[in-house]
Ligand binder design. Structure first.
Ligand code: ATP
Ligand code: MG
Length: 276
């Protein structure tokens, strides 16, 4: 992994706006998946959303990225109200996400998948690109160079030509993160970035997330089950249980909160999972 890291492509992308989630409620026929949840992600910080299965973590991400509509409440990213916007408009504001289940094109190479991440930044239209105008060629080269740089940073330089479907799971998760970085985001939403990984892969991913934050200065909102990861990575944590916020604060405080312990112990005794 190249620990020097890429620099932000344009200086004006450095300072991420604050993300403010207020009274966010999402109902699905008869089920309240999120119940008046609120939290703030300060610019350049890492904020984790944790909670047992079904707590509403992915629902929260889906609202922030425009995939689900909020029933009520607001999500402000700087001046923009995200709850009113379609996914591509939210992406254009610099909000990029990964998914709990890998959402890459398995038959395309790593480079092709990363180039898809550049799409929102492409200025030359299809006509110019089709006619192979010099401006379009220059732009394609610039995007290609940036993809190479981000691949080096994420430890994927040797894999650029490999079809994503042939890569080990842990590496595919890294490709997803790299693709999100290719959008030059100001806010990165990571849904369980280390789920299903072994110990070594988890450590690599944690280091990469720290490097992203340090070299690009972007805000990161992270959904995570692994309490060790949360303690290592997050500045602040929001804990959800059955769609309600039951705790919020620094990880060291939240970890010792009796209601949090109860929620996790309850979930563990029902599902047989380990407690965090
Ligand atoms: N599209 C949907 N339609 C109906 N119900 C949904 C939908 N999406 C989520 N839910 C329900 O909302 C609740 C919260 O689900 P969500 O996926 O947000 O939980 P989660 O915290 O991400 O859980 P996990 O840890 O298992 O990923 C669950 O009861 C789930 O079944
Ligand atoms: Mg989820």
């Amino acid at each position: 992994m190249n620990t020097a890291g890429p620099t932000p492509e344009t200086p004006d992308t450095v300072s991420a706006p604050r993300l403010e989630v207020r009274e966010l409620t999402v109902r699905f026929a008869g089920l309240t998946a999120l119940d008046a949840v609120g939290f703030t992600v300060e610019p350049g910080s890492v904020h984790a959303v944790i909670g047992p299965n079904g707590a509403g973590k992915s629902t929260c991400f889906n609202v922030l990225s425009g995939v689900y509509r909020a029933t009520s409440g607001s999500v402000r990213f700087g001046e923009a109200e995200l709850t009113a916007l379609a996914p591509h408009r939210i992406a254009a504001l610099g909000v990029a996400r990964t998914f709990q289940n890998i959402a890459l094109s398995p038959h395309l190479s790593v480079r092709e998948n990363l180039m898809l991440g550049r799409h929102r930044l492409t200025r030359a239209g299809f006509v110019a690109a089709g006619l192979r105008l010099p401006s379009a060629r220059r732009e394609a080269r610039r995007h290609g160079d940036r993809v190479t740089e981000i691949a080096a940073f994420t430890g994927l330089a040797e894999r650029l030509a490999t079809p994503v479907g042939l890569l080990p799971y842990g590496v595919q998760k890294r490709v997803e993160l790299a693709r999100a970085l290719c959008m030059e985001p100001r806010l990165l939403l990571l849904d369980e970035p280390v789920a299903g990984m072994n110990g070594g892969e988890r450590r690599d991913m944690a280091e990469l997330i720290i490097a992203v934050r340090e070299s690009l200065g972007i805000s990161i909102l992270l959904v995570e089950h692994d309490m060790g990861m949360v303690m290592r990575l997050a500045d602040t944590v929001t804990v959800l249980d059955f769609g309600r916020r039951i705790a919020d604060g620094p990880p060291s405080e939240v970890q010792n909160d009796p209601e949090v312990i109860r929620a996790y112990l309850g979930a563990a005794s029902e599902t047989g999972e380990d407690t965090p």
